[in-house]
Design a protein. Structure first.
Lengths: 298, 572, 305
């Protein structure tokens, strides 16, 4: 068994991930940005000058950034409608974005992986059922789920994660199912089947490691989507509950203030969101090319 | 209203309130409908008199007799010399426009439908600028001294939009088929309706009905807004909502349900011919878009400009802001989140009230335009008591906290605002930090919020910020919010509940006033309800509107939208 | 063939009924419409009266049967809030939503596909990088923000376009761009990668070897083949657009079904929510059914699968 197992281990994977030298090949800018995100999220307590949920003592409401007239160095990037420091909220917002991005991706990716593998490997009516489900799933107005969840569970970050996972898994399922379908026909899988290896074991040891690449690429692309979705959910009132600092929420809360000229309330969170999405996508592109240059449709 | 029933993120809609009588010296010899008879002295015209003028329903009003009315109403159709209406007025409304609002027969207890009622319909008695309970479709009316009957005499020559005359049969039909707010009370207490002659109608009650005029003659119910019997029966309630016919200054032309309504001037309106020919009302839920429409000139008036956008409107010199007094905003302290919470102690509750910086709140949220009042019920409502506005005294608050033994502060589970007034809760929560009271903002989804506002084990505890503005009177407000089985009450205190029960049972006006005053005093003196501010709804007026702010916004008592519609003028 | 048709129709019917049952239960689990619609200050009597008026005091099974029975006859109930038949509301607003989605889709294709082609043809050059950045921008800025920016710029400041509403083609421009923006970016990426894959293929190498001019190679051969996944995505995007349009509809006061549903949920307007979800489900199921029947008719093997 062990020898067949070794034989069955996909050589391709080892080839791609074998040498550690690929680590030095990472793209600079995306990694810096993403690293910065993680760093900021982890050390928010230390980095942020103020409590993000409280107004600055002695500060004003709608104070501009310090280099503008009316600004002051006590709030470098200005203050918002409640008088809270924008910089501190951005820093703590990194935490929420990271949290939502990672868990949302995990939930969507987890469900999608599970269903995709099952559909692809088992085939037949299971495959048909899952594919039909993914088709029909598009029709459901998922924003409705968000509101229902908010009504049933109360507002919270968890809701966003659930809603997002609930909605986005179809993408994973389809792509991974396709991948598994072709993997199923490969030599090493056939060999394992012939050798009598149990289905769960085959899936675990042979299928999963090979879809992992695809999954990772998809995941890196998903992170960006979650973060932007958070903003949309906040717009509808079912996102991160105020006064939690979150970039999407900041953007949504301040969207009217564009007209009043308080640009710093929207531009800074907007830049943060765009930066992270850009970085995540570039990283995902790099990852895809690195892992499977032939694959272009992710 | 506290809790809007219209769609959209803004829950400002439906405020009932009374504006102080400004301008036009109006002397009203009135008798309180729900209190001891107290002659009112004529109020001087002028800015905000310090004494609050009460909104007391007059016992009888007649245009023929009184030498006091500001607007001398013609009793016949306007003279031919008046100019024809022209032009189009574009009104941007802040929520979906529900066709249900075109039918006064089903008016919910909110102020929003009355915007449409004032445009499309007319009532026997309604508030007019400077004239609460003004006779409108009725030329005169009289409430019996023992409150057992009320008689109305219709004007001559009044018609509905479809040409049918307004008759006592229509009044009777309207009343008997009314299904909206307070329908049960009105129907239960009415014995019968007599059609005395072809212009006179008398309501006979089973017993003294002190609140009749308060319920019938203002926005507490839609029963007084007359619909045409023949037409209503022909098309049915749903058909009526699709194509309403009324007796008001504007007739219905067309609608796209929810989105837009088009109205046209009814030149035979008894009060005057409207100046503007066409009115188009559009529902725009997004506040920034409403302001944009104002700035581009596509809107002549836009409702509800939020605090964040006031500067945007101020910067544009062509635009004006019209603050209108709505209902009070208050903080509920009575439902304790923990049985041993320090909020049990009255000193702590007082400290909470002293720690709220109402001026900062006002400046940020309402551009400083909100009046400060000392009661959580609008002071100018029937039965409400007036109190001096609460003060902001952080030092005293801290002292009281120390005396109560909680100088280092404590936690309150949560502070829940009426959705979507999150910023109110955030502001109060951060202000309370100054006395070391820590709490979490709890923003709920609308539906869930209302569910948890009903009395019961799920009732919201800790701090709750509410707004109120439904039409009614002080007694209704106390009943709903502070008695053991009030619809939205978190309090169950014998001192209050008992008094209200006795109030409801009593027929002695003096006793009722005493009980109601005591109930309100109890709540305020014990800091169970802490008034924050009286909300100011701020509307935006564009350059084409020729009226002054006072003429057209906030001119009608207990009404927070534009009106009267027939008085709107455009510069053109 | 007949058996196939009947079974497929049967499945479709069953799934629709299941959908209706699901949505029926879910909306009722979310709360009581009376309080929301009648509002505060309502006495218990007012609330009870409203509930009776709307048939909410009957037991759930009875309500469901009524609902289903009516739905089968084309009556989706009357909106609690609007007091207008749901069917009328839906069909009045549906064209608006479809118009917006179609134009947005068109914009996404017109913006995304050409840029994607250029990006693929000039891969790894400055054009490619610019395209990538543009795509990123599209994917990372929420559509409500784009919408408000455009209103500020094009309506308030420049006065080129009306700020909101519906009526003329000018009213359609900004909402369609705001809605289509994100999808233009995803079209760009997909076109690019699809083209790259095709350009690398044997077929194209052969065409080049044959000496065909490059433009012909790209347009006639590469693009045609790359188009297939692009069109598939376009179809999916259309459905997604109708779902997310609620935000655009709110910003631009565009009377579509997205906003109708959103308000229906917020107000627990059961008939509206039930009606709209069933209609949407019905359309999807209906379209799938038609496609299935079409494929089966074209390719008999499918019937026996």
């Amino acid at each position: 068994m062990a020898s067949i197992g070794a034989l069955a281990r996909p050589a391709a994977l080892r080839q791609r991930m074998g040498s550690a030298r690929w680590l030095t090949d990472v793209p600079l800018l995306p990694t810096l940005i993403l690293g910065g995100l993680v760093f900021t999220a982890l050390l928010a307590n230390v980095l942020a000058p103020y409590d993000p949920t409280l107004p600055i003592a002695g500060g004003r409401v709608f104070q501009p950034p310090f280099w503008m007239e009316g600004g002051s160095t006590n709030a470098l990037l200005g203050t918002d409608f409640q008088g809270r420091d924008v910089l501190s909220r951005l820093i703590y917002g990194a935490r929420v974005s990271l949290l939502v991005g990672v868990t949302g991706t995990a939930v969507a990716g987890g469900i999608g992986l599970l269903l995709g593998v099952i559909a692809g490997y088992l085939g037949g009516w299971v495959d048909q059922a899952v594919m039909r489900l993914t088709d029909a799933w598009l029709a459901l107005p998922f924003l409705m789920f968000a509101i229902f969840l908010a009504a049933l569970l109360g507002a919270g970050v968890l809701n966003i994660v659930i809603v997002f996972g609930f909605v986005y898994w179809t993408r994973y399922a389809r792509v991974i199912r396709g991948e598994v379908l072709s993997l199923r026909e490969r030599e090493f899988v056939r060999l394992a089947q012939v050798a009598g290896v149990s289905t769960p074991r085959i899936i675990l040891r042979h299928i999963l490691p090979n879809v992992l690449n695809t999954w990772m690429v998809l995941a890196s692309l998903t992170v960006g989507v979650v973060i932007v979705t958070e903003a949309s959910l906040s717009f509808l009132g079912v996102g991160v509950p105020p006064p939690t600092p979150a970039w999407g929420l900041m953007l949504s809360e301040a969207r009217s203030t564009l007209m009043a000229g308080y640009w710093w309330l929207t531009v800074f969170p907007g830049v943060c969101i765009s930066g992270v999405v850009l970085a995540a996508n570039l990283f995902g592109d790099w990852l895809r090319i690195r892992l499977d240059p032939q694959r272009r449709d992710l | 209203m506290r809790r809007g029933a219209s769609a959209s993120e803004n829950r400002f809609s439906r405020r009932a309130f009374l504006t102080q009588v400004v301008g036009g010296g109006v002397a009203l010899g009135v008798l309180s409908a729900c209190g001891p008879s107290a002659p009112q002295s004529p109020q001087n015209a002028g800015p905000a008199p310090t004494a609050v003028e009460k909104l007391n329903a007059p016992q009888s009003i007649s245009t023929a007799g009184a030498a006091n009315t500001a607007a001398a109403q013609p009793t016949a159709a306007p003279a031919a010399a008046s100019t024809q209406p022209k032009g189009q007025f574009n009104y941007v409304w802040h929520t979906t426009i529900s066709p249900a609002w075109f039918d006064p027969q089903e008016n919910p207890p909110q102020i929003t439908p009355y915007n449409f009622a004032y445009a499309l319909h007319d009532a026997l008695v309604k508030h007019l600028p400077g004239q609460p309970f003004a006779p409108s479709l009725a030329e005169s009316y009289e409430v019996a001294p023992d409150f057992t009957s009320a008689t109305f005499k219709l004007r001559q020559g009044i018609k509905f939009h479809n040409g049918d005359p307004v008759t006592p049969e229509d009044v009777q039909f309207t009343f008997e088929h009314y299904r909206g707010a307070n329908a049960k009370v009105l129907h239960d207490k009415t014995e019968r309706i007599d059609l005395v002659d072809n212009r006179t109608i008398r309501f006979q009650f089973k017993s003294a009905f002190l609140d009749f005029l308060t319920l019938y003659g203002c926005a507490a119910s839609g029963a007084g807004w007359i619909v045409p019997k023949a037409y209503y029966q022909k098309v049915g309630p749903d058909g009526f909502k699709q194509q309403p016919v009324g007796a008001g200054p504007y007739r219905f032309v067309s609608q796209q349900p929810g989105t837009q309504v088009t109205l046209e001037a009814f030149t035979e309106y008894w009060r005057k011919t409207p100046n503007v020919k066409t009115i188009v009302m559009r529902g725009v839920a997004e506040e920034a878009t409403r302001v944009a429409l104002l700035q581009t000139g596509d809107a002549d008036v836009a409702n509800l400009i939020p605090g964040q956008l006031l500067d945007a409107v101020r910067k544009d010199s062509r635009l004006r802001l019209a603050p209108v007094k709505a209902g009070p905003i208050w903080l509920e302290l009575g439902a304790l989140d923990k049985p041993d919470s320090p909020l049990k102690d009255i000193r702590v509750r007082q400290a909470v009230s002293l720690a709220i910086d109402r001026k900062a709140f006002n400046d940020a949220e309402m551009g400083g335009m909100a009046p400060a009042e000392g009661n959580w019920i609008p002071e100018d409502w029937p039965g409400a008591i007036a109190r001096p506005a609460p003060t902001f005294d952080l030092a005293r608050a801290k002292q009281l906290m120390t005396e109560a033994g909680v100088a280092e502060g404590f936690d309150v589970d949560k502070i829940t605002p009426l959705p979507p007034y999150s910023s109110f809760a955030e502001r109060i929560a951060s202000q309370l930090r100054a006395v070391n009271i820590r709490t979490q903002v709890n923003n709920m989804e609308r539906g869930a919020f209302y569910e948890q506002l009903a009395p019961g084990p799920n009732r919201l505890k800790g701090f709750v910020i509410q707004l109120s503005g439904e039409p009614g009177d002080a007694a209704a407000r106390v009943r709903e919010n502070a008695t053991c089985d009030g619809t939205f009450s978190g309090l169950c205190i014998p001192d209050v509940s008992d008094r209200m029960q006795r109030y409801d049972a009593s027929t002695d006006a003096q006793e009722r006033k005493k009980l109601l005053d005591e109930a309100q005093s109890y709540l305020l003196d014990n800091y169970l309800m802490v008034p924050i501010l009286r909300q100011a709804l701020i509307h935006g007026l564009g350059p084409r509107l020729a009226n002054s702010v006072e003429e057209i916004e906030g001119a009608i008592p207990q009404y927070v939208y534009i009106g009267p519609y027939e008085d709107i003028r455009l510069t053109d | 063939m007949r058996r196939f048709v009947l079974t497929r129709i049967g499945y479709s019917a069953v799934s629709l009924v299941l959908l209706s049952l699901t949505i029926f239960v879910v909306v009722r689990a979310t709360g009581d419409p009376a309080v929301l619609l009648i509002g505060p200050g309502a006495s218990r009597d007012d609330l009870a009266q409203a509930r009776t008026l709307w048939g909410l005091d009957r037991p759930w099974p009875e309500q469901y049967v009524t609902f289903l029975g009516n739905a089968l006859r084309g009556n989706l109930g009357t909106s609690f809030q609007y007091r207008v038949p749901v069917r009328d509301l839906y069909f009045e607003r549906l064209p608006n939503s479809l118009l917006l989605a179609l134009v947005a889709l068109l914009i996404s294709l017109v913006l995304g596909v050409p840029l994607g082609i250029i990006s693929a043809v000039k891969v790894d050059t400055i054009w490619d990088s610019i395209s990538k950045i543009v795509a990123m921008f599209g994917l990372s800025v929420p559509n409500f923000f784009i919408g408000l920016l455009m209103i500020n710029l094009f309506a308030v400041w420049l006065r080129w376009l009306p700020a909101a509403g519906i009526g003329t083609w000018q009213h359609l421009v900004m909402p369609a761009i705001a809605l289509g923006w994100y999808f233009a970016a995803s079209m760009l990426r997909l076109t690019r990668s699809s083209m790259l894959e095709v350009l690398d293929s044997e077929y194209i190498k052969l065409a080049r070897l044959k000496g065909l001019p490059e433009t012909v190679v790209i347009v006639k051969h590469a693009f045609r083949n790359a188009l297939i996944p692009v069109l598939t995505l376009a179809g999916i995007n259309l459905v997604i657009m109708v779902n997310v349009a609620v935000i655009i509809e709110t910003i631009f006061a565009w009377p579509g079904i997205g906003r109708l549903l959103y308000e229906g949920i917020s107000f627990r307007d059961f008939p509206v929510v039930q009606g709209l979800v069933v209609m949407a489900g019905g359309m999807i199921v209906g379209v799938n059914l038609l496609l299935d029947l079409l494929y089966a008719w074209i390719d008999p093997r499918i019937r026996y699968a």
